[in-house]
Design a protein around this ligand. Structure first.
Ligand SMILES: Nc1ncnc2c1ncn2[C@@H]1O[C@H](COP(=O)(O)OP(=O)(O)OP(=O)(O)O)[C@@H](O)[C@H]1O
Length: 388
């Protein structure tokens, strides 16, 4: 390119300022990460010298940010070379940033109170192993793929499987959230901002050794100190049953909506009803039941009905009957047994993206439809329907 006039430092600043921090998901200019920017001459042409300040030393996203900055500066017409200088914010700059990220909210306070625009949906089940985590992970990914801003808290302390289901575990280790002072940035997979109790365990430590108050504090910390940014929906993978965490979360988030997952089996249905009732006692609203592991169509067209039938409907009916004044509870989706779903879970490759035509994926998409369109607080409001 033969450009007599040097490109302006302002043009470079605009290009670099638009680079998005992969963890904070905001442009660098907005995060005050740009420092001195100049365009100098060299025998090979115009060189952009770009200074950036990262939040912390050894920030895991550093290489990606540096590469993106280099590419953005190089894309400015007339720039022949780029020299990126990476520094780190001062404690004062960092404090100003964390304050801005909190949007004026005081440290250690709950951003998901009743006035928040984020819908909080707790996914619960009566007993373990009914596929609650698989459903939650796939639902999160399906909703994020629709462009919704999704956060996911894995509060299933006894079976924290979300990081593995979302392909975040490498060499047996879940990723560590980046910390900027007292804010934690959730790792992101498939556009889902995810935080899990499994990310906080030391090597070999078992969470069962934790005592109740410690669990309560940790879950509370997930809600107050993790910077999810603006979310449309925060999903919470609850531990199965009606234990301490369910009650803690019920108290912290009394306005949350609840999805109850069960299998078609009668025994699973009975405990699922109990967990739904406990959620309701804390004021939470049950938005529906998901029946998982329903009959699967075999290659010869016959149906394999491993876990019986009717569990979902039984839970929905019992929860409806238990609160005649509340909205009736419906079965929002029936997800068939699917080896693609199971393999996707084992490989960390969610079935909704890996095999969108699998019957389980289609059922999860219909669940996502129901969740997306069942906005919080519609109950009792008059909908403006114009007759045609
Ligand atoms: N529809 C399905 N078809 C086939 N396998 C499934 C289905 N749903 C879940 N599974 C498998 O069942 C097992 C248990 O699933 P998952 O871990 O999601 O259950 P869970 O209810 O979250 O259990 P826990 O609460 O004990 O962690 C996993 O191996 C998962 O791949």
């Amino acid at each position: 390119m033969t450009s007599a006039e040097a490109p302006s430092a302002e043009a470079v600043r605009r290009a670099v300022g638009a680079v998005v921090d992969p963890e904070l998901r905001r442009p660098l200019a907005e995060l005050d990460m740009l420092r001195e920017i100049a365009v100098t001459d060299s025998p090979d042409g115009h060189v952009a010298r770009v200074g950036i300040a990262l939040t912390i030393v050894g920030c895991p996203a550093a290489t990606r940010i540096e590469n993106d900055v280099r590419a953005a500066a190089a894309s400015v017409p007339g720039i022949a070379g780029v020299d990126v200088r990476v520094g780190v914010m001062t404690p004062e700059e960092r404090r100003a940033l964390t304050e801005r990220l909190r949007g004026g909210r005081a440290a250690r306070t709950l951003p998901f109170g009743p006035d928040s625009l984020t819908r909080v949906i707790a996914v619960t089940s009566g007993k373990g192993g009914v596929g609650k985590s698989s459903v939650t992970a796939n639902l999160a990914v399906a909703l994020a793929a629709r462009g919704l801003r999704i956060g996911l808290i894995d509060a299933d302390v006894h079976g924290f499987s979300i990081p593995a289901l979302l392909g975040m575990v490498h060499d047996g280790r879940a990723p560590q959230p980046t910390r900027i002072d007292d804010l934690m940035l959730p790792p992101i997979a498939f556009d889902v901002k995810t935080i899990s109790i499994g990310m906080f365990l030391r090597d070999g430590e078992a969470v069962v050794a934790w005592r109740g108050p410690m669990l309560h504090r940790t879950v509370q910390q997930f809600l107050t100190d993790v910077h999810f940014g603006d979310l449309d929906i925060l999903l919470i993978d609850m531990p199965p049953g009606t234990g301490d965490i369910a009650i803690s979360l019920g108290q912290l988030l009394p306005h949350a909506e609840v999805l109850v997952v069960t299998t078609p089996q009668e025994a699973a249905a009975e405990v699922a009803i109990r967990s739904g009732l406990v959620a309701r006692q804390t004021g939470q609203r049950i938005i529906g039941v998901v029946e998982n592991m329903t009959a699967m169509t075999m290659p010869d067209g016959t149906m394999l009905n491993l876990f019986g039938a009717g569990g979902g409907a039984a839970v929905a009916e019992a929860l409806t009957a238990a609160a005649p004044d509340a909205d009736p509870v419906a079965v929002l989706a029936s997800i068939p047994l699917s080896s693609a779903l199971r393999v996707g879970g084992d490989d960390g490759d969610p079935v909704v993206l890996a095999h969108p035509d699998d019957p389980a994926s289609r059922a999860i998409q219909s669940l996502a439809d129901a969740v997306e369109h069942r906005g919080r607080g519609l109950a009792g409001r008059s909908l403006s329907v114009t007759p045609r």
